[in-house]
Design a protein around this ligand. Structure first.
Ligand SMILES: Nc1ncnc2c1ncn2[C@@H]1O[C@H](COP(=O)(O)OP(=O)(O)OP(=O)(O)O)[C@@H](O)[C@H]1O
Length: 233
């Protein structure tokens, strides 16, 4: 049986006192690429935040990359974060330092100390995202697509089993979105990294079809490309 990187059973997701998603059940295996779609405000980000320990889990059984999210406390969150990569729509790079320093900052924050090993790792992830020659560029000197590649490189630093991406193509034009999708799908295939990607970009889903989960009316269910395109989710 393939390794499960996410298991969600009988889980309710809340924002404060409000129940956002009820009785959520799904599993995701190593190397799977899964889209998370649904109308705005239906709970995609809330679900992702629960998976990476940003939103407290009140009810249910959630296992992520070997961590039991129901027993997670502030001391274990950093260890969970080392096992997964998170990518956002707005890149979230540190604007006052170059690409190399952005990546080094994350390595230091996650316990790396040896300068030689850090340099090797930074070169390795920049090569994977096609930015090896840009390590001394500042974020403001780069295009949106390049900044998103840096964000992806940052997510890869600790060789995660899982990447959670919240609308990673949301700020990009269609051509650049396709390039970013090629990169993400190849990462998922080549290194058996599971990727869960929340998106409203149904053209991306048409061009790169894969398993789809949909949030609707407080529930999560399986969907498919035809439904997503018809409903323009
Ligand atoms: N920080 C918060 N505090 C309180 N309620 C919130 C918070 N963030 C989101 N919500 C509410 O939780 C519900 C789900 O929001 P969520 O952001 O998870 O939806 P979404 O599907 O990701 O939406 P979008 O597609 O617009 O990103 C919405 O009703 C929203 O108003």
């Amino acid at each position: 049986m393939a390794e499960q990187v996410i298991s969600v059973k009988n889980t309710n997701i809340y924002q404060g006192a409000n129940l956002v998603l009820q009785n959520v059940n799904f599993t995701i295996e190593a190397g799977e690429f899964v889209y998370l779609v649904g109308k705005t405000g239906t709970g995609k980000s809330s679900l992702l935040k629960t998976l990476y320990g940003e939103l407290p889990l009140k009810e249910g059984d959630v296992q992520v990359a070997g961590f039991d999210i129901s027993t997670l406390d502030w001391k274990t969150v950093p260890f969970l974060r080392r096992k997964l990569g998170v990518i956002f729509q707005d890149f979230n790079l540190l604007t006052d330092r170059n690409v190399y320093e952005n990546l080094k900052f994350v390595l230091r924050a996650t316990g790396w100390k040896d300068k030689g090993l850090m340099d090797d790792k930074i070169n390795d992830v920049l090569e994977k995202v096609g930015l090896k020659s840009k390590s001394f560029k500042m974020p403001f000197e780069m295009s949106g697509g390049e900044q998103q590649r840096v964000d992806i490189a940052r997510a890869l630093l600790n060789s995660p089993k899982l990447i959670l991406a919240d609308e990673p193509t949301g700020n990009l034009d269609p051509g650049t979105s396709n390039e970013i999708m090629q990169l993400l799908t190849s990462i998922s295939k080549d290194s058996q990294t599971a990727i869960v990607m929340a998106t409203h970009d149904f053209m991306v889903i048409e061009n790169f079809p894969s398993r789809i989960l949909k949030t609707e009316k407080g529930a999560i269910m399986d969907s498919n490309v035809a439904e997503v395109v018809a409903e323009k989710l």
